[in-house]
Design a protein around this ligand. Structure first.
Ligand SMILES: Cc1cc2nc3c(=O)[nH]c(=O)nc-3n(C[C@H](O)[C@H](O)[C@H](O)COP(=O)(O)OP(=O)(O)OC[C@H]3O[C@@H](n4cnc5c(N)ncnc54)[C@H](O)[C@@H]3O)c2cc1C
Length: 387
């Protein structure tokens, strides 16, 4: 196994570090986070100017390319300051671009990928339903029925991040009423926004506040045939084909949070004084930092191993799930210790630790909860499926 980054990837990480420090340092991150329910359009445009939206999109369609390891470099570098920044890049370029790149027709690729790469289009993902995300197939009530020239969709989605600021929703709906298996008869649609009958409503949330997440309501929304992604009825197989990549990129986002927490904590304990010396000289505080540094190293290793396996075309479902779980749990635990090290200031909205904690907390729940990750890791040991 060789997890070493290429010279190009190291250079990309260095460039992104400088870019983040210039365009989204931690004070800017705090400001964006406070404007809850707003979308940082200016930052989006700056990312477009820097060519960031093209990373992960095939060069033949105007992107910059970049395999899963390159994507982890981007996810980590952006999240060091602001976790939401990773998703500002990721939802459109990584998630949307990947789905169109893998399953779109040639016409769809030519139509969407260059626009996504240039930052002229935004996508949102609308899979989770109000009745449940873990058992999304059991909970799904959104229906699509075929009509001349396209489909009509009725139902509701929830937590669709950036839905209210996106041009298209990549939306999962049941297109066959009573299939033999729940995994059959599902179709992915690119629902244009605005569309008659489509409404979005932002949700107030604990963290990740620099990007809005929304309820979505669909009342007989028409979607033309040329906006169906992949073969109708086959969407579940398509979605599961992208899951490992998503888990790995998300684990890397959590590595970025660990980087940000450690950096801020070291800086703080070096200058904050008690009993005539910096608090960083007390052993208890040093142990906190040592633990975070070890979690950071472990999270990085499991993430890079999963990325390496995927880039070699080898099976990596268990490793990708393990990386997502470990990195998210370490990121939350590290931010919690970070709050402790800052004392009362750790509880202030004017410092970053509480923001890292709130941002990291969601990754124990989404896009798959860590309880479900443990279920699938246990299943990989040969135990019966528990759900
Ligand atoms: C900030 C945020 C952003 C999001 N962005 C998006 C997005 O852009 N697009 C999108 O489609 N979705 C998005 N989601 C939704 C996310 O994917 C779901 O929240 C997630 O899948 C969990 O589903 P749920 O919230 O319905 O929890 P539930 O399914 O209601 O689960 C509740 C609890 O039950 C546990 N549980 C359920 N089944 C089992 C089992 N078999 N074994 C053990 N425990 C179990 C879960 O682990 C959890 O602790 C987002 C969510 C949030 C909060």
């Amino acid at each position: 196994m060789d997890f070493a980054l290429s010279d190009e990837q190291v250079a990309l990480a260095d460039t992104l570090r400088l870019w983040v420090d210039k365009h989204c340092p931690k004070d800017v991150a705090r400001h964006l986070e406070r404007q809850e329910l707003a979308f940082p359009y200016e930052l989006w445009d700056q990312m477009a100017d820097a060519g960031l939206h093209g990373i992960g999109i095939d060069e033949r369609y105007g992107g910059q390319g970049g395999d899963v390891t390159t994507q982890t470099v981007v996810a980590r570098a952006l999240a060091r300051s602001l976790a939401g920044l990773t998703w500002i890049w990721g939802i459109s370029s990584f998630a949307g671009g990947k789905s169109v790149g893998l399953y779109g027709t040639e016409e769809q690729k030519q139509r969407f990928l260059p626009e996504l790469a240039a930052g002229r289009l935004r996508f949102a993902i609308a899979v989770t339903e109000p009745a449940g995300g873990t058992d999304v197939l059991g909970a799904m009530t959104t229906r699509a029925r075929q009509v001349p020239g396209g489909w009509r969709i009725t139902g509701a989605k929830t937590w669709s991040t950036c839905a209210n600021v996106s041009d298209y929703l990549l939306l999962l709906a049941r297109s066959q009423p009573d299939p033999a298996r729940k995994t059959d008869g599902l179709t992915l649609f690119l629902v244009p926004q605005p569309s008659e009958g489509l409404e979005t409503r932002p949700i107030h949330k604990l963290g990740m506040r620099c990007i809005p997440s929304c309820e979505v309501f669909l009342d007989d929304v028409f979607v033309p045939d040329d906006l169906v992604l992949g073969p109708p009825g086959q969407a579940w197989r398509m979605l599961t084909g992208t899951l490992n990549n998503e888990r790995i990129v998300l684990a890397s986002l959590c590595c970025g949070i660990l980087d940000g927490v450690l950096e801020s904590a070291v800086e703080h304990v070096a200058q904050r004084r008690a009993f005539g010396r910096p608090v960083g000289e007390f052993q208890a505080v040093q142990h906190f930092l040592a633990d975070i540094a070890m979690w950071q190293a472990q999270a990085e290793l499991v993430t890079m191993r999963a990325a390496w396996l995927q880039s070699q075309g080898r099976p990596c479902a268990t490793e990708a799930n393990m990386a997502k779980l470990l990195a998210s749990e370490y990121a939350v635990a590290a931010a919690d210790l970070g709050i402790q090290m800052l004392g009362g200031m750790g509880y202030s909205a004017d410092t970053d630790m509480q923001r890292y904690w709130r941002d990291a907390r969601i990754y124990r729940i989404a896009p798959i909860s860590n309880e479900m990750v443990r279920n699938v890791v246990a299943e990989s040991l040969g135990l019966g499926r528990s759900f």
